[in-house]
Design a protein around this ligand. Structure first.
Ligand code: F6R
Length: 364
């Protein structure tokens, strides 16, 4: 049942802290506080490159994974949506790592990409929520997200669980490749272990998010902006809004806005920006100032440290707990999903069963 929540989506949004915690319990040894992976039939220290492929929200999780694996583990990463990866046929040396991400483990495009990578002697590591799925059977190794069943068609908790697994995989890969020393690992693990409590605090911002939702619900088009690992968070926010509220939304890398979409900006196109106080804060803030100068209405997700500087230009602001830069994309995902949910509720759509969509897409 929905346990008193209005929709399964609302219930599942509230499961974020639990699901992140459960997934960490699976990946981190409580005694040593080290990431422990199952035995792998390949060596993370020597894989020449990773190729990440997935669809929809799972693809955005993969994009965050790319930032982490490149920056922290110095592993070259290629990424594409599964429906393109398969036909692009990128040149890959045997022994590369195929990283497939899927909640259901049954998505036809992702499964087809998995099979075509296998044919090229690529090792297949899948991040899956359904552990007895077709993709699980056809992978060399599976890392499980411990999100439990997701009923709402729009994915929520599976996404943060995927990010949690990818964060742990990044730590293990970085250790194997010698780019992260024990002190560095301790710091990143501590940041992850801190997340469930910080994630629970996001729900204190319910009123501020509902206020933002009243502005978004009036719009026909919405722009989402973010930089670095916050760009895929913006994409996730835009996808969720489209899916369940039927409002057109597009996500841009904040620095790309001036190369075109800035001409769209006026009072009727609200801008939702995800701007925690990471090293990219100043650059993103100046992009927002450009938008503001052109009459844009800024709806901003930031943290306690960024709040003062953002409040000068933002019409609405949601202040989240300050967390380590590494885990900021996980925390910042929760409020953008909540925003889409509240907008859909205001619009009165069928939140759990949006039109034209199915939970598992089994055609290519
Ligand atoms: C978004 C959503 C879809 C799925 C996509 C992949 O809310 O639900 O975009 O993320 O269809 O599905 P899985 O993860 O089952 O492969």
């Amino acid at each position: 049942g929905k346990d008193g929540y209005r929709h399964y989506m609302e219930k599942e949004l509230h499961e974020h802290p639990l699901v992140i915690g459960q997934t960490l319990q699976r990946m981190i040894d409580p005694a040593t506080r080290k990431v422990v992976l199952p035995d792998l039939p390949f060596d993370l220290a020597t894989v020449p490159r990773a190729v990440i492929t997935a669809c929809g929200s799972a693809f955005y999780a993969g994009m965050v994974g790319r930032y982490w694996l490149e920056e922290i583990a110095r592993l070259p990463v290629d990424i594409d949506v599964a429906s393109e990866m398969r036909y692009r046929d990128p040149p890959l040396s045997a022994g590369s790592l195929g990283l497939l991400i899927s909640q259901s483990g049954e998505t036809a495009d992702t499964l087809a990409a998995l099979r075509s990578l296998r044919e090229k002697a690529i090792h297949i590591l899948s991040v899956l929520n359904v552990e007895h799925s077709t993709m699980a059977r056809e992978s060399d190794v599976m890392l499980g997200t411990v999100a439990g069943p997701e009923i709402s068609v729009a994915s929520t908790k599976a996404f943060t669980a995927q990010l949690t697994v990818l964060a742990c995989l990044t730590i293990a890969t970085a250790r194997a490749r010698g780019t992260l020393d024990p002190i560095g690992e301790e710091e990143l693990v501590a940041a992850l272990m801190d997340l469930p409590s910080r994630a629970a605090e996001v729900f204190n911002q319910g009123n501020a998010i509902r206020q933002m939702a009243t502005i978004v619900a009036e719009a026909r088009d919405v722009l989402y902006l973010g930089r670095g690992s916050m760009f895929p968070v913006a994409m996730e926010g835009a996808l969720k809004l489209k899916e369940i509220s039927y409002i057109h939304a597009e996500a841009y890398a904040a620095g790309e806005m001036k190369h075109g979409p800035i001409s769209l900006i006026d009072r009727t196109v609200p801008i939702v920006a995800s701007v925690p106080s990471t090293p990219l804060f100043d650059k993103t803030l100046s992009n927002l100032q450009e938008a503001k100068a052109r009459g844009g209405r800024l709806l901003v997700f930031t943290d306690t440290q960024g709040a003062d500087r953002v409040s000068a230009i933002a019409e609405q602001i949601v202040v989240l707990p300050r967390v380590h830069d590494f885990v900021a994309p996980i925390l910042q995902t929760i409020p953008v999903q909540m925003l889409a949910y509240e907008v859909a509720v205001l619009k009165g759509t069928d939140v759990d069963q949006p039109r034209n969509l199915a939970k598992s897409v089994t055609v290519e």
